[in-house]
Design a protein around this ligand. Sequence first.
Ligand code: G16
Length: 543
Amino acid sequence: MQILTVATSPIAGQKPGTSGLRKKTRVFMQPHFVENFVQAILDATGGAKGKTYVLGGDGRYFTPRVAQVILRMCAAQGAQRVIVGQDALLSTPAASHLIRLNGADGGFIMSASHNPGGLDEDFGLKFNTANGGPAPESVTDAIFEATRTISAYRILETQDIDLSQIGESRMGDMRVSVVDPVADYAALMETLFDFPRLRALFAGGFRMRFDAMNAVTGPYAKEILERRLGAPEGTVLNATPLPDFGGLHPDPNPVWAKALIDEMFGPDAPDFGAASDGDGDRNMVVGRGTYVSPSDSLAVLTANAHLAPGYRGGLAGVARSMPTSAAADRVAEAMGLAHYETPTGWKFFSNLLDAGRVTICGEESFGTGSNHVREKDGLWAVLLWLDILAARGQSVAEILADHWKTHGRNYYSRHDYEALPNEIAERIVGGLRDKLAGLAGQTFAGLVVEAADEFSYTDPVDGSISAHQGFRVMFEGGARFVIRLSGTGTEGATLRLYLERYVPGPDGLDEEVQAALAPVIAAAEEIAAVRRLSGRAGPDVIT
Ligand code: G16
């Protein structure tokens, strides 16, 4: 076995986005593309010598190839050990857990998350640090810098290693441990939730549908829901991870998980429905005839987490990303908990979690999680909901209605304009930036602007500043809209318009969401003119 030093040169476009590097699969398949990026990761993080890494992904097309390349590069550069999920599978939260459990130095996660997979779709690679969380901006900036100066990478010339068999082997001097991707994660869930109570729930006839969307959560959900908790076989749908996710867009929202929504709103609907995404960190939760927005889900979980054994001692605090609705803040204020508003991107929660300032975090983009790992965790959120349903003996609809009665309701929706030409997106955003300073005090569609700014975040733990994190226009009475460009798309620019309006109750808590938001939608169009400037009749996706 020989260590090869291969000459290369920088490849443009290797800047990590909101969550790692995401590109069309064919871009990743270009010569040296993966190798350059992996070498940049290793160089920017002090080299691989003596280190232990975790490796896995959501099983999408091209994963087996990339796994072998990463192994060979780690072996060539002196890594001591790589822990790999069997068949190179690991959900993102399971990878985060394995990094923490094994005291690893970091992990490579091969996933483009909720983006579709396949030769003509998307691939992604992200690096997590020793705390189990996504690399912070200081690290991703250093990785990007390394991609711009790279001149060579080192790789071991050797045969592929068999990742289909659990067990120990060696690649050169490096130990390769192929592990069951589910076992340690399932054991962690048993420490957080009341499994006997959940078993009793299912034994009592509670009916659930979990759509794994042919992605990585299938094996996790089968093991936990059907085997350990006794939910009937067939509870988990689309349970086998497929390289192209069976053609599904593995994004758990009402648009892409429409089949589940239809079932949950149809006759004889199950009691509870849920879906997860490509790499298992997102979740969507639906009751019978009741959709739960991710922002509301975060608020309900914050208010009720103490009902699950893992959170019986109470919460340290709660954090949400800036575009997420303020529903969780209202709960935190009522409970006397600290609450934080961070930029979009799970990495911004890591410092707060590490410092013990928050226990639960969440985002409008269907992500919720806690301090049990350093990633959002789809199945965790589903299990916490189940534990709350079991403890309260109420339906999802009843719990939501109670919640709004107590805290008021933050009507909320996100309108996505996908794959816009970059110059149009820039024109919209630039136009808004120019107007911001003069907006306060003006009235649009009957709403008076209270304040408008571009969100900048100062991390309360390390003082680092992340500027340009989206535009906020706040109206009197608690309504607002936010505009930012997505950092996870792979085609043109995706513009997200986040809309929110607060209704304190007791009246007006049961309006249709888009109707309730109509004044904010109108005011946003008057101010930012997204439809007019994009020439689109409306958003491509509404969640
Ligand atoms: C990633 C990040 C999330 C973020 C989401 C959407 O999720 O981890 O923190 O909210 O992208 O980001 P954007 O609005 O920039 O597209 P995932 O599930 O794709 O890893």
